[in-house]
Design a protein around this ligand. Sequence first.
Ligand code: HEM
Length: 147
Amino acid sequence: MYGILLLLHLLGAMIWTGGHIILSVVILPKVLRDKSPEQLLAFESVFEKIGMPALIVQIVTGLLLAHRMLPDVSLWFDFTNPISHVIATKLTLLALTFGFALDARFRVIPALCKESLPVMAWHIIPVTVFSILFVVAGVSFRTGWLY
Ligand code: HEM
């Protein structure tokens, strides 16, 4: 069971983080150069179909893996425990990702136009950075970087 959870978690990480890196490094510069909200919306509508299920898989498997590591949930924010540092980092990144994603989805995207593309860029870039930090935090369960 542990192996399957970890495998699903890693597959989800590949899709979520990999997709955001492609969005930030390949799609976004072209969208800003061409001043083309249409290109961005076209990528978003395709990526949404695989990216959102991947994020849900991350959250479910991540919570189960965290529960397996530290079954007492009240200790997840007890910073005397090194594992809590990493779990709390992951949950904080999740809250930040939600904040930016909801603001983009309900405020920025419905009114997306050439002029608001930079605002959208300032949502995409932080969410990409958070997605990479999720991986750094994940790896640090083994390496102890955040302990
Ligand atoms: C998009 C979001 C996320 C990404 C990209 C991500 C990525 C990763 C990666 C790359 C690992 C390393 C696995 C290994 O060492 O083999 C990992 C481990 C882990 N992640 Fe996440 N993660 C995400 C969200 C979460 C969430 C929301 C939680 C819940 C607190 C979580 C909890 C864990 C745990 C407990 C491990 C350690 C698994 C183990 O080695 O037993 N993750 N994550």
